[in-house]
Design a protein around this ligand. Structure first.
Ligand SMILES: [Zn+2]
Length: 417
């Protein structure tokens, strides 16, 4: 009997270890089962949210309420689920053109409703926590694909002035629910690097500061501890590509104030990932990252995490260009000189649609030895043929030729050959 108990003890122990380390992998591999099929592109409007809300309302496990209306009269919803003591509030797209986490939130809502081999996790999360989800907090901005609300105000600078109805709603929710944990979900410029390296900061986290001195009280410490676990999980998918967002105190921002108002606030910023212009892989990473964060909260795993690990996360830096052509020999009259050429890709929306196209632009010419290219070309010994010249602001449509053969062809900020 004793031996059996001992065996059981070992099995239970290795199971929980598998849960902690292997859960992220399982979620990653099974995301496709929960991926909301109505959302296939990064640029989608409020109509899709309305359609999804109608679907969610059909399931009694969710309590859906109309939270507020945007300045242009669009509905903002609050979705509540779970019966647990720990309150977790999440909001996405306070900046209208930052939709990656909104996609992931609807995937998570699908995950909560499924029945499969991950039932143990669902049960644990929904019994220990109550979730308050606000997807697409700025629907007017989403419709216009703009950072700002339709009043032209950056909602994340409106936490004190409270001039936007969407911002007032967010503050009201925090003050009335008083969540233990809050997730403030954003996108950032996709070329940020994790530290001064060539690794894109595909995901960045921040336990926002609540004062100028950037102290850690219990509230902020808990947020940082949850981040440590989330980061460890992310490292298996995007090694060295997780960053820490700058923690300078911004007295007008929601993240900073909500931390001050007593909710452990975790900022998640979705950046770039090579060959993922629609951010569908980053959507999957958000899904995994949030669920592993919830698990850490539900099981109180975060209590064992060290603050030093949080502080060791590399800070976001601007060290990356989309393409760097190195060792290019250029000529101007009689002068011959050697430079590196940095090209970035910029999104141009297709008018009236939910799609975009890209254009390239030469951003820098000269010594780029302290920077990295997501793609790099060594142009030693190659002739450079440029459509509109090698000058700042040119589109950078370039052919690199050697012995009469085109070796590389760059168009619209991409290497196409
Ligand atoms: Zn943002």
């Amino acid at each position: 009997m004793k031996r059996h108990l001992l065996l059981l003890f070992f099995i239970m122990n290795s199971l929980s270890e598998l849960n902690a380390q292997g859960l992220g992998q399982k979620l990653h591999d099974s995301h496709v089962l929960y991926q909301e099929k109505l959302i296939t592109k990064r640029r989608f409007g409020h109509k899709i949210v309305l359609e999804l809300i109608e679907k969610i309302k059909q399931n009694p496990m969710f309590e859906v309420s109309l939270g507020t209306q945007s300045s242009e009269g669009r509905d903002v919803f609050l979705i509540k689920c779970g019966k647990g003591k720990t309150k977790v509030m999440l909001w996405s797209q306070m900046h209208g053109d930052e939709s990656t986490a909104t996609m992931a939130l609807f995937d998570i809502i699908n995950f909560f409703q499924a029945k499969d081999g991950l039932d143990f996790l669902r049960k644990e999360l929904l019994e220990n926590c109550t979730f308050y989800i606000i997807p697409m907090l700025n629907p007017d901005g989403a419709e216009a694909w703009s950072r700002y609300t339709s009043l032209g105000i950056d909602m994340n600078r409106d936490a004190l002035a409270l001039q936007t109805p969407e911002g007032r709603f967010l503050k009201n929710m925090q003050q009335s629910i008083m969540p233990d944990f809050g997730f403030n979900l954003h996108d950032k410029m996709r070329r940020y690097s994790a530290g001064e390296t060539g690794h894109l900061a595909t995901i960045s986290y921040l336990a926002t500061a609540y004062d100028q001195a950037q102290n850690f009280n219990d509230t902020r410490k808990k947020a940082a501890q949850v981040i440590v676990g989330m980061n460890r999980n992310m490292q298996q998918f995007i090694p060295k590509s997780v960053g820490r967002w700058t923690s300078d105190f911004e007295p007008r921002a929601f993240g900073d104030n909500i931390q001050k108002w007593g909710t452990s606030l975790i900022l998640v910023e979705s950046g770039g990932y090579k060959n993922d212009p629609e951010k569908m892989y980053i959507r999957k990473l958000n899904f995994v990252s949030l669920l592993t964060g919830f698990q850490s909260i539900a099981e109180k795993l975060y209590q064992k995490e060290e603050l030093t690990e949080y502080n060791n996360l590399p800070l976001n830096s601007k060290s990356i260009f989309d393409i760097i052509i190195r060792n290019a020999t250029l000529k101007k009259g009689e002068i011959s000189y050697k430079v590196d050429i940095a090209i970035n890709r910029e999104e141009k929306p297709i008018k009236g649609g939910d799609s975009f196209t890209n254009e390239g632009e030469i951003e820098e010419i000269g010594d780029m030895s302290v920077f990295y290219g997501t793609d790099e070309i060594d142009a030693t010994g190659m002739e450079i043929i440029a459509e509109d010249g090698i000058v700042l602001g040119a589109k950078g449509n370039i052919q690199l030729v050697k012995n009469g053969q085109i070796i590389y062809k760059i168009e619209k900020g991409r290497i196409i050959k």
